[in-house]
Every structure is written in structure tokens, then in C-alpha cells.
Design a protein around this ligand. Structure first.
Ligand code: MG
Length: 257
């Protein structure tokens, strides 16, 4: 989500029962990401990926939380190559080697699962492979910090440290977020910043952690469609996201297929 200067600070904690429903929602969206990965091939449009996701949501009694969000027209976001996030599904045809990001968020029994992944159409170039690998590793470094007693900044710092150690850059314009009945709740979860700062993590918090990582510089701009974020320097970008519950037993990823 877009970084907001004065966000709502109210964190809604979830009961174990609510977390179990969120795990169901998470399983649905994670399954959709897998299907999209399998389906993507040269010549297919991003609108066709959107249609597949819409059909799967319907089959699982899940409702897209992207569709109609401030007027967003797609069921999912599909961003290709230098597009970072919030790409609108449409007539763009996938080509061999394209780096595709799908971001799938849907509500099931009143609770949201939110996940994103990057993949290539056909085998990745060495550059794309490294970018995707480091981004996903950084997500997991962040998830590892999502435990009681830590602070949001510990997640942020772990991600930034891993990305920059690999000479890549973290996008600053978008942040992770709390998830629950709404797709976007407090707290904001930046993917950069100093450790030991920000809100204390307590059991029952559920957050989406979603680093976007660029091969070049971190800057982005928004296209005329009002949604699609692209890298300022035209470089490739990758994005991975999981919805994670903070529990007494440590972090639990809710968006697994
Ligand atoms: Mg998402």
C-alpha cells in the first residue's frame, strides 16, 4: 500500500479463531497465485490472468478486495518487468522472459488474505533470477523478525539489510500493512529503516509484509492510469508478499497453499 504520512494508529488484534479463518483466506489467495504461475505463457494477456483469478475467487466464495478499491478495475494487480506494483490487468501480452508480479488479495468469511509473488514467463535471465531470489529471501528475513517483543523496525531493517548487502534497492513509496477485516489496517510496515523502532509486536497482530526490490535505483513514479507504479530508471522490479500472524510461538505465515 501507499505510504501515508498520518495513518490511523489503531491496531486490531485477532483471536486464535480469527487467525484460523484468515489462514483459510490465505490458503485461497496463495492457491490462486500458484495457478497464475502455472497458467502464464507467451501471448497471454494480463487481463486473462485477471479472469482466471476472478473465476477461482468465485469458486472459493472469496471476494477480491482490489476490485473497486478506490475504483481499481482489476480483481488482482499484475505488474510486468519495470512495473513495480498496482499494474492494471489489460491487453498487455506476456512475452518469453517477462518478469511478472501478481498481487492477490481477497476476503473470505469476512477476513482478508493478501499475498504476492514474482515469476518469469519461461526461464529467468540470471539478473531476474537473482532479483527474485534476493527479494523473496528479504521477505523471509523480515518474517523471521515478526515475533512478540520485537518492533516493526526490526522487520524493516532485516529486509533492507539483506537487499542492500546484495547491491539491490528497496522501494520506499509503498509499505506493508496490518490485515484483518480490511485489506489495509494499522500498522504500516516499511521495508527499510532502523531496527528497534516503531510499534511493539504482540501476539494477535496480523501484518502483510511485501518488499518491492529494484535492480537499479529505488525511485518509482505512477503512470497516467493513476495506479501503475514503475521504476524511475526503467530497471526490473520484484515483489513478494505474505500475510503473517505474530503468535506466542513466533511468526506464522497464513498465505500458504
Ligand atoms: Mg497484496
Amino acid at each position: 500500500m501507499k505510504l501515508k504520512p498520518t495513518p490511523d494508529q489503531t491496531i486490531t488484534l485477532k483471536s486464535p479463531r480469527e487467525i484460523e479463518i484468515m489462514r483459510e483466506a490465505g490458503r485461497i489467495v496463495a492457491g490462486i497465485v500458484l495457478e497464475l504461475k502455472r497458467a502464464a505463457r507467451p501471448g497471454m494477456t494480463t487481463a486473462e490472468l485477471d479472469r482466471i483469478a476472478a473465476d477461482l475467487m468465485k469458486r472459493h466464495d472469496a471476494v477480491s478486495t482490489a476490485k473497486g478499491y478506490f475504483g481499481f478495475p482489476g480483481y488482482i494487480c499484475v505488474s510486468v518487468n519495470n512495473q513495480v506494483v498496482h499494474g492494471i490487468p489489460g491487453p498487455l501480452k506476456l512475452r518469453q522472459g517477462d518478469l511478472v508480479k501478481v498481487d492477490v488479495a481477497a476476503s473470505y468469511r469476512g477476513y482478508v488474505g493478501d499475498t504476492a509473488a514474482s515469476f518469469t514467463v519461461g526461464p529467468p535471465s540470471p539478473q531476474a533470477e537473482r532479483l527474485m531470489r534476493v527479494t523473496e529471501e528479504a521477505l523471509f528475513r523480515g518474517i523471521e523478525q515478526a515475533r512478540p517483543g520485537n518492533r516493526i523496525g526490526d522487520i524493516s531493517h532485516a529486509i533492507q539489510k539483506h537487499v542492500e548487502a546484495n547491491k539491490l534497492s528497496v522501494v520506499r513509496d509503498f509499505v506493508g500493512h496490518g490485515v484483518g477485516r480490511s485489506m489495509h489496517e494499522a500498522p504500516q510496515v516499511p521495508h527499510f529503516g532502523p531496527p528497534g523502532k516503531g510499534r511493539l509486536l504482540v501476539p494477535g497482530m496480523v501484518i502483510a509484509i511485501e518488499p518491492q526490490v529494484n535492480l537499479g535505483q529505488p525511485g518509482v513514479r505512477i503512470l497516467e492510469d493513476g495506479w501503475t507504479a514503475v521504476t524511475l530508471d526503467g530497471s526490473l522490479s520484484a515483489h513478494f508478499e505474505h500475510t503473517v500472524a505474530v503468535t506466542e510461538d513466533g511468526p506464522q505465515i497464513l498465505t500458504l497453499p
